[in-house]
Ligand binder design. Structure first.
Ligand SMILES: Cc1ncc(C[n+]2csc(CCOP(=O)(O)OP(=O)(O)O)c2C)c(N)n1
Ligand SMILES: [Mg+2]
Length: 324
């Protein structure tokens, strides 16, 4: 892919990243104050990689993500109202209030699966990609997962099958250097997850996921390969999570110097400064964008608050199968 990385593309990535960033900040505030009671795995620090991948995807493409998936879902284009209503377990939620944050699904925007079972998304993504290959519908499937997931058996099985069958799938490992409280280097035999691609005869690419241009290029190539029927790519985006594993995790297992070194390279302020110096937007335009996003957040929160809970008569519908 020889396309040049323009200031307009940088701005598009920044705007997607900022949407994620503002929603994440709002959710953490609501959780802290007790106005939202939900499990929450903050994507703080991983916004840019999701945004830079997201700009290459079409609405009809598929996404399979994890519990730490709100950045992926937003980058894919999920609307805020059904997303927020699902966090509040309301009937108007993406899963009618029965899935919750761990199971966000919104087929209209290609958000097919969100799973809390580490590593389980990869074989499911193969299934979606296989269906697209058989139907020749031109869709690609993006599956995202963490560094910890790359040590699960299903990761290896899925890579082998996807390569063998040249499935239109992109395996995006978001290597945030920790799986719960376990440091990557303590549990993984290779320096880079992408090295494992060699064992499955597919391209493996390690990239700084916090660098908009590098992530945009690597994502674009992986999506183009899948779209052209040339098969899967294992893309490893190096990143860091600033808010611990789950909401409320103090992250005491991360040495302070390590944390501070990452914080000094926080991708959001760096991307913002890059947008301003590129001339793609002014301070005033970025502030206006924040206002616009905050108004959408207010609207979706009000929608969620005003919506009813699912009726108790629906308790066994849409769960395992239709009730008689
Ligand atoms: C099969 C399985 N084993 C263990 C767990 C418990 N668990 C939940 S998240 C997690 C860490 C996964 O780390 P990683 O894949 O790096 O993703 P991250 O949370 O860093 O995004 C673990 C072990 C689980 N949910 N599923
Ligand atoms: Mg991790």
């Amino acid at each position: 892919m020889n396309k040049s990385f323009t200031p307009a593309t940088l701005l598009e990535i920044y705007r997607k990243g900022r949407l994620i960033n503002l929603i994440d900040e709002r959710f953490r505030g609501l959780l802290r104050s007790g106005r939202l009671a939900a499990v929450y795995y903050s994507p703080r620090g991983q916004e840019i990689l999701a945004a830079a991948m997201g700009v290459h995807l079409q609405q009809t493409d598929y996404l399979v993500t994890t519990y730490r998936g709100i950045h992926d879902q937003l980058a894919k284009g999920i609307p805020l109202r059904p997303l927020f209503a699902e966090y509040y377990a309301k009937a108007t939620g993406a899963c009618k209030g029965k899935g919750g944050p761990m199971h966000i699904t919104h087929p209209e925007t290609g958000v097919m699966v969100t799973t809390g079972i580490v590593g389980s998304g990869l074989p499911i993504a193969n299934g979606l990609a296989w269906a697209s290959q058989l139907k020749k519908d031109g869709r690609v499937t993006l599956v995202t997962f963490g560094d910890g997931a790359s040590n699960i058996g299903a990761f290896h099985e899925a890579l082998n099958m996807a390569s063998l069958w040249k499935l239109p799938v992109i395996f995006l490992c978001q290597n945030n250097l920790y799986g719960e409280s376990s440091k990557y280097a303590k549990c993984t035999a290779v320096d880079n997850v992408a090295e494992r691609a060699a064992g499955y005869n597919m391209p493996g690419v390690t990239v700084n996921g916090n660098d908009p241009e590098a992530m945009w290029r690597a994502s674009g190539e992986a999506v183009a390969r899948a779209r052209a029927g040339e098969g899967p790519t294992l893309l490893e985006a190096k990143t860091f999570r600033f808010m611990g594993h789950y909401f409320g995790d103090p992250g005491a297992y991360i040495p302070k110097e390590e944390y501070d070194a990452h914080l000094a390279r926080d991708p959001m302020p760096i991307a913002r400064a890059a947008v301003l110096s590129s001339g793609a937007a002014t301070e005033a335009e970025l502030a206006a964008y924040d206002d616009e996003v905050n108004a959408k957040i207010d609207d979706a929160l009000q929608f969620a608050a005003d919506s009813p809970f699912p009726d108790v008569s629906e308790i066994d519908i849409d769960v395992y199968g239709a009730a008689a």
